[in-house]
Design a protein around this ligand. Structure first.
Ligand SMILES: *[C@@H]1O[C@H](CO)[C@@H](O)[C@H](O)[C@H]1NC(C)=O
Ligand SMILES: *[C@@H]1O[C@H](CO)[C@@H](O)[C@H](O)[C@H]1NC(C)=O
Ligand SMILES: *[C@@H]1O[C@H](CO)[C@@H](O)[C@H](O)[C@H]1NC(C)=O
Ligand SMILES: *[C@@H]1O[C@H](CO)[C@@H](O)[C@H](O)[C@H]1NC(C)=O
Ligand SMILES: *[C@@H]1O[C@H](CO)[C@@H](O)[C@H](O)[C@H]1NC(C)=O
Ligand SMILES: *[C@@H]1O[C@H](CO)[C@@H](O)[C@H](O)[C@H]1NC(C)=O
Ligand SMILES: *[C@@H]1O[C@H](CO)[C@@H](O)[C@H](O)[C@H]1NC(C)=O
Ligand SMILES: *[C@@H]1O[C@H](CO)[C@@H](O)[C@H](O)[C@H]1NC(C)=O
Length: 482
């Protein structure tokens, strides 16, 4: 992998990857809901009305054997007021459908709607407006109506609360210590109401200053009321027209370096027996930028999620924002977008039987290689992601990767593989729903059904080795057991 040998103008051969005979001791157990979703608070009922939301969630559940978890929250959770006599799930007005409301109210049917989700649900409630009675009243409705309720957040990214926010004590400037005191009190009170560990705390975007490791020692009285800590993570910013870079987003070495900052955060939560999640994440802040709907973002989702898992993040909740204005969304009205292909391909790679994962490459070049193991340590599949960027400039280089030491069953002479590909890293699904991205030859239509015939590749095995080839910006899933 380190020094590719230039064979032909457009083909390189990487150093051989030794596939372990069984799961190594550094293999990491993968949560069945590693790939989960975050739905913006005010938009949640709208998502439930989209024709493709249920089929897109069901397809991931079909591939992975467990429904993705859903977190309902975001900026608008801190603008929302509960009204127990409100008949609608949410009530707000906006002058333009691409805008998020500046304030909104919601009623009990918000929680009955959330109770229909098949996976674990986290609900984000308001702290910014400083009406604890109102948020705890909402929490009681959630507890009473949602058997799938995993946790409740109290406030979203509090480091960004504007001066003058009701939660900020008059005359004081908001800082991590004041916020920690507030989080401790509110989570203790939520624990009193629920009589269990229900809180998801931290919910910060800016570690380490605003981070889980910094927060934990400051909230000893609330720990028994807390089940998990959440960090928010966006590798790039698209706020105020900031420029984004797809080559940097999908870079394997860049992903390894970026995710490493969450290692101490996860370790701090685990040290006190709590879960650590990236409770809201996506490619770029402020709804995403031009890079966000691309095929390269699908490659990023796979490598980023596995790197996060390797450093201790149990779940990643990919954020879905304003329905009519969401570059990074996995699906929208009558369309399934590029990033969903990454979620589907990784779900298939992990599968129903995938229990743990290890990285087989050295993390020093663009070829990411992961092995997926069963609960008894059998090597099930190898996922290769060639994160080398190709946007149509120059020649698309193909890299051949020898995989050695394979132990196969059933068909020792042949392995099967599926390929995730597109013409370019920056290929996107057209507004009419037609997709240049294919997953084993197939594409999703606007209702999240696969169209076209499946293409399975057969790879001959010689002396317990195979050679597989991936073009720049492409992924391949090799199955060892079939
Ligand atoms: C990883 O690095 C080690 C030591 O430098 C080397 O022996 C090995 O071949 C490398 N493996 C890959 C897959 O590049
Ligand atoms: C959902 O699908 C139905 C039938 O295919 C269609 O009539 C309706 O307009 C769709 N709704 C949305 C919100 O796309
Ligand atoms: C609560 O909702 C009901 C029904 O929409 C409305 O009549 C009432 O004014 C609302 N209460 C508050 C405090 O907004
Ligand atoms: C919900 O989360 C809990 C705790 O992580 C887990 O034990 C359970 O299997 C999950 N259930 C579903 C349906 O995801
Ligand atoms: C806070 O919420 C409670 C109950 O939900 C409500 O009765 C009260 O008026 C609210 N307080 C303020 C200051 O808005
Ligand atoms: C709270 O939970 C504990 C242990 O789960 C239980 O013994 C106790 O009765 C509960 N209290 C209330 C008020 O529900
Ligand atoms: C959809 O749009 C793409 C490009 O925007 C175009 O090439 C394609 O022909 C369109 N397909 C249909 C079925 O209209
Ligand atoms: C088979 O593979 C082993 C181990 O990788 C190697 O030592 C041996 O030379 C190979 N044999 C042939 C015939 O290629």
């Amino acid at each position: 992998m380190i020094s590719p040998i230039l064979l032909l103008y457009f083909v390189t051969i990487s150093r051989s990857i030794d596939v372990p005979s069984s799961a190594p001791s550094n293999a990491i157990t993968i949560d069945p809901a590693l790939l989960s979703l975050s739905l913006e608070f005010f938009a949640f009922p709208g998502y439930m009305e989209l024709n493709n939301t249920a089929p897109c969630l069901d397809h991931l559940q079909f591939l992975r054997g467990q429904a993705p978890a859903v977190r309902i929250g975001g900026t608008t959770q801190d603008r929302a007021t509960f009204n127990a006599t409100e008949s609608m799930a949410v009530r707000y007005t906006v002058s333009d459908p691409t805008q998020a409301p500046a304030s909104l109210t919601y009623g009990p049917s918000f929680f009955t709607l959330a109770s229909t989700l098949k996976g674990n649900v986290t609900v984000g409630l308001n702290r910014q407006l400083n009406n604890e009675t109102n948020s705890l009243e909402a929490a009681q409705y959630a507890l009473a109506s949602m058997p799938n309720l995993l946790s409740i957040e109290l406030g979203n990214e509090p480091e960004f609360y504007a001066s003058g926010s009701p939660i900020i004590p008059p005359g004081q400037s908001w800082n991590p210590t004041l916020d920690a005191a507030s989080q401790q009190k509110w989570h203790e009170d939520l624990g009193q109401v629920s009589n269990k560990s229900l809180g998801q705390a931290a919910v910060y975007l800016s570690p380490p200053t605003w981070g889980t490791a910094e927060l934990i020692p400051k909230i000893p009285n609330a720990l028994s009321s807390i089940i998990s800590f959440s960090g928010h993570s966006y590798p790039q910013s698209a706020c105020g027209g900031a420029s984004t870079n797809l080559q940097a987003l999908q870079s394997h070495t860049g992903i390894i370096s970026y995710t490493s900052q969450y290692k101490v955060e996860a370790a701090a939560a685990h040290a006190i027996g709590k879960h650590y999640f990236l409770g809201e994440t996506n490619s770029a802040t402020c709804g995403g930028g031009g890079i966000s709907p691309t095929f390269g973002a699908a490659l990023w989702i796979m490598d980023y999620s596995l790197q996060a898992a390797l450093i201790g993040v149990e779940r990643l909740y990919f954020h879905q924002g304003t329905i009519a204005d969401c570059a990074y969304c996995w699906w929208g009205e009558n369309i399934v977008d590029g990033p969903y292909y990454g979620a589907a391909f990784l779900s298939e790679a992990l599968g129903i039987d995938g229990h743990s994962v290890s990285m087989l490459d050295n993390g020093t070049d663009s070829m990411a290689v992961y092995a997926i193991y069963s609960s008894s340590g059998v090597v099930l599949r190898i996922l290769l992601i060639n994160t080398e960027y190709f946007d149509g400039t120059g020649t698309r280089v193909s890299t051949t990767v020898p995989l050695a030491g394979l132990k196969t069953t059933n068909r020792p002479d042949m392995l099967s593989a599926k390929r995730l590909t597109a013409p370019l890293a920056n290929s996107i699904v057209s507004a009419n729903g037609s997709s240049p991205i294919t997953l084993a030859g197939q594409s999703f239509d606007g209702l999240c059904s696969l169209t076209k015939n499946e293409v399975i590749e057969l790879i001959p095995v010689h002396n317990n080795s195979v050679s597989v080839s991936l073009q720049a910006s492409e992924a391949l899933l090799v199955s060892l057991q079939w």
